[in-house]
Design a protein around this ligand. Sequence first.
Ligand SMILES: *Cc1c(COP(=O)(O)O)cnc(C)c1O
Length: 467
Amino acid sequence: MDPLHDQGTEAALRAVFETAGPYLSSLAERPVYAGSSRVEELAGALPASGEGAAAVAERLLSVGTESATHSAGPRFFHFVTGGVTPAALAADWTVSLLDQNAFSRAASEFATSVETVALDWLRSLFGLPASFGGALVGSATFANFTALGAATHWWGARHGVDVTSAGLAGLPRMPVFSGGYVHASARKALQMLGHGRDSVAVHGAGRVDLSSLDRALASSGPSVVIANAGEVNTGDFDPLADLADVVARHDAWLHVDGAFGLFAAVSPRTSHLVAGLERADSIACDGHKWLNVPYESGFAFLREPARLGAAFGMPGAPYLPGADSPRGGYGLLGPESSRRARSVPIWATLAAYGRSGYQAMVERHLDLAQELAELVDAAPELERLAEVPLCVVCFRVAPPGVPESDLDDLNRRVGEALLEDGRVFAGTTVWDGKVALRPAIVNWRTTSRDIRLFVSVVRELAASSAL
Ligand SMILES: *Cc1c(COP(=O)(O)O)cnc(C)c1O
């Protein structure tokens, strides 16, 4: 018999369900990482005949719950990543159950309609005017790509060229400006769009230097400016309103990379950090960071959303709907065509917890970041390197008596020791010329106990790394 028609479906799904509860409740206690030696059990040659769905599910769960990085738990402070909320997790299982193609209304009216609601709720969460619209994409890298793709289309039109059909050949290089906070993924987006990652002219070492930018824009012709709302090492912001004033004096497109920093808008304690956001032409953000939904969940907003169809439509395939067709959909408004219904977990988490749930979570994280900063300040061998406006705390190990010239190596060793140890995770960066740690607090499960454990593990490993 065709093995795909075996009766394993229920047993396989039940195995997932029965494993989920104990796994999820273990996250608060288990180390972030305890090695992944068992992953080898999944290797080997392609099986000539398979084991069936139920046996495979059991084996995968057994290896996965041991060998995965338990980054959904509360002490993964590396990068800036959340952990899926209960409502989003249940919704994500539903996405796989329904197996929709969120390409178009013709493919899934359901997925398209839910995406419209999810985008509208996100727009509202961030306080953006109703005229803003967008599309869900795979990540903030793809959100930057989508927004800068639309900007490229705008810029080509300024030169009388439709770059979607004619490309960039014959045009001058697109002038792109940013400050010192520009993220590597914005450069990667420019690289993928054919502008080159070195096309960014950086004005300012940290926050964008407004007067220098103003002078440059005066002679650059139509240009693109990338603002940074939430810098990854410290959580600092470019001054968006002042930047928008400068951009408004010139013929320029203002893009804001707010991959996690956009969530400053969710609390009155931090919303001043994104004042002026509504003056952006485009905005990039991530769902798998502070929204705490599964990975591959980014979104791009445009002030004039119709520009997405112009930049990403796929005319010329007679079997596909056009960007303006009533059977069209979000697959024609961004880089992907066939796509997962990633709107569903976003819809579910916002439906489950609402505006006040997210405000409370963000504010809890703001408090935890301040608590971490205070613990760092109180430890004689730790040195904080930056203010803490949001959810990232940038600091280094600097024991009294250890010469400056040894500190970078020491901090690199501490960074490696943290990842080896596995009780808590954080990564190193280079900030202001110094190797530093930059834990980010955006996971809904994180508590004060996790923050205190983090500091005590860092201090313990700093002491042993100093030897
Ligand atoms: C994380 C991040 C990105 C890239 O996000 P991915 O989801 O990893 O693609 C872009 N910009 C900023 C500011 C970020 O923090």
